[in-house]
Design a protein around this ligand. Structure first.
Ligand SMILES: Cc1ncc(COP(=O)(O)O)c(C=O)c1O
Length: 387
C-alpha cells in the first residue's frame, strides 16, 4: 500500500498471511483445503427457517442499536446457565456484526494512543491488527508446544509495563486448539487484578471443546468488572455468513462499545439476529451433533498427522490441528507452498498467527471426514519425499 492519501497506521498493516495464501488456492483445481477457518456445515435448518420466515413476515427494519432485546436476553440466559456469569440484557451486552466487530469495538473503546495490549500468540490473525487500528501497540507473548500452548503467567507478568492496558486472550485457541486451564486463568486473573488490566476474552469457540470444560474468564472471582467477553454464532452454530456476535461487559464499559457501534454500524443485521434467537434458544442438539462430528475428525487428523511424521499436539478445542513441520526441514511458508504445489493440499503457515507459530502449520478439520482421509494420504506421500 503506497497511496499518499492513506494514513500511516493503515499502510503499516501487514496483509493477513491467510488471505495471501488463499488468493493462490483460488486459482487452482483439485485442492483439498484444510485451510479454511469456518464450519463446512450449512446453518441448521431450524435456524435458516427462522431467518427466512422473518424476512417473509416483513422484519426488514433496523433493530435497536444494542440488538433485539429478546436476543440479548437469550444470550445472557445462555451464559448464565453455562458459566454462571450474570450480565444485564439492558445494559451489559451489545449484538455485533460477528466477533470481528466486537473485537474492533473493544479495542477502540478502551485504548489510548500508545497503550500496550499483551496478546498470547499464536492467535487469530485480527488481534494485532485491531490493536494497531485503535492506536495501540500489540505485545506478543509466544506460547510453546512443550507447555501445551498454555499461556505462561510468569512471562505475562514480565511483559507488563506502565503502558500495558489490557490482555487479549482467545481460548479455545485458533490456531493451536489449546483450551486454557482453570489454573492458568486464575493466575492471569491475579495478575490482571494486581496491575489493574482489562481482559478481553474471545470465546467464540466456547462450545467446541472435547473432553474438557470451557472456562468463561468473566465468571472467575471478581473478573467480570474488568473483562470484555466476546462470543458469537459463526463457529458454534455454523453461521459465519450471517455476521452476528456479541460483546458483554459491565455497564460502564459496555456503554463505550455501544457508542462506537451506534455510530459505525447502527445495528447488526436484523435477519441474522432473529436467526440467532432460534440458535441460542433451540440449537443445542445441532451444536452437539456438529461438535461430535468435529471430534471424530479431530481424532482422525491428529492420529494421522502423528503417524505420518508430523508431531501434533492434541487440540482440546476449536477445529484446528497444529502439527510441527520441523521433520520436513522446511520453514512453514515453504512447506505450505510446496505441499500445495506438489500435492494440492492447502494448510496455513503457522507464522501467519504471530510469534510461536513458526515451524507449524494450521490444518482445519472443519471439512468432510473423507476429504481429511484423502489429505492425509497426500501428506504422507509428501512427507515420504521430504521427511
Ligand atoms: C478466534 C476468532 N475470533 C473471531 C473470529 C471472527 O468471527 P466472526 O465470524 O464472528 O466475525 C474468528 C474467525 O475465524 C476467530 O477464529
Amino acid at each position: 500500500m503506497s497511496s499518499r492519501y492513506l494514513a500511516k497506521h493503515v499502510t503499516g498493516l501487514k496483509p493477513s498471511g491467510i488471505r495471501k495464501f488463499f488468493d493462490i488456492v483460488a486459482t487452482m483445481d483439485d485442492v483439498i483445503s484444510l485451510g479454511i477457518g469456518e464450519p463446512d456445515f450449512t446453518t441448521p435448518d431450524s435456524i435458516l427457517e427462522a431467518g427466512i420466515h422473518s424476512l417473509k413476515a416483513g422484519e426488514t427494519h433496523y433493530t435497536s442499536n444494542a440488538g433485539i432485546y429478546e436476543l440479548r436476553e437469550a444470550v445472557v440466559h445462555h451464559l448464565q446457565n453455562l458459566y454462571d456469569v450474570s450480565y444485564d440484557p439492558a445494559s451489559e451486552i451489545v449484538i455485533t456484526v460477528g466477533v470481528s466487530e466486537a473485537l474492533y469495538l473493544a479495542m477502540n473503546a478502551i485504548l489510548e494512543p500508545g497503550d500496550e495490549v499483551i496478546i498470547p500468540t499464536p492467535c487469530f490473525v485480527s488481534y494485532q491488527a485491531e490493536v494497531i487500528l485503535a492506536g495501540g501497540l500489540p505485545v506478543e507473548l509466544p506460547s510453546r508446544v512443550e507447555e501445551n500452548f498454555q499461556l505462561r503467567p510468569e512471562k505475562l507478568e514480565e511483559a507488563i509495563t506502565p503502558k500495558t492496558k489490557a490482555i487479549f486472550i482467545g481460548y479455545p485457541n485458533n490456531p493451536t486448539g489449546a483450551v486454557a486451564s482453570r489454573e492458568v486463568l486464575l493466575e492471569v486473573a491475579k495478575i490482571a487484578e494486581k496491575h489493574n488490566l482489562v481482559v478481553i476474552s474471545d470465546e467464540i469457540y466456547d462450545r467446541l471443546v472435547y473432553g474438557v470444560a470451557h472456562v468463561c474468564f468473566a465468571a472467575l472471582p471478581r473478573m467480570k468488572e474488568r473483562t470484555i467477553t466476546l462470543g458469537g454464532f459463526s463457529k458454534n452454530y455454523a453461521m459465519t455468513g450471517w455476521r452476528v456476535g456479541y460483546a458483554c461487559a459491565p455497564a460502564d464499559m459496555l456503554v463505550g462499545l455501544n457508542r462506537i457501534h451506534q455510530f459505525t454500524i447502527m445495528s447488526a443485521p436484523t435477519t441474522a439476529q432473529i436467526a440467532a434467537i432460534e440458535a441460542v434458544k433451540n440449537g443445542e442438539e445441532q451444536v452437539e451433533a456438529m461438535r461430535s462430528e468435529y471430534d471424530r475428525r479431530r481424532k482422525l487428523i491428529v492420529g494421522g498427522l502423528n503417524q505420518l511424521g508430523m508431531p501434533t499436539f492434541e487440540p482440546k478445542g476449536a477445529f484446528y490441528a497444529f502439527p510441527s513441520i520441523i521433520p520436513s526441514g522446511m520453514d512453514d511458508d515453504t512447506f505450505s507452498m510446496k505441499l500445495l504445489d506438489e500435492e494440492r493440499v492447502a494448510v496455513v503457515p503457522g507464522s501467519a498467527f504471530g510469534a510461536g507459530g513458526e515451524g507449524f502449520v494450521r490444518c482445519s478439520y472443519a471439512t468432510a471426514y473423507e476429504k481429511i482421509e484423502e489429505a492425509l494420504e497426500r501428506m504422507e506421500r509428501f512427507m515420504r519425499r521430504h521427511g
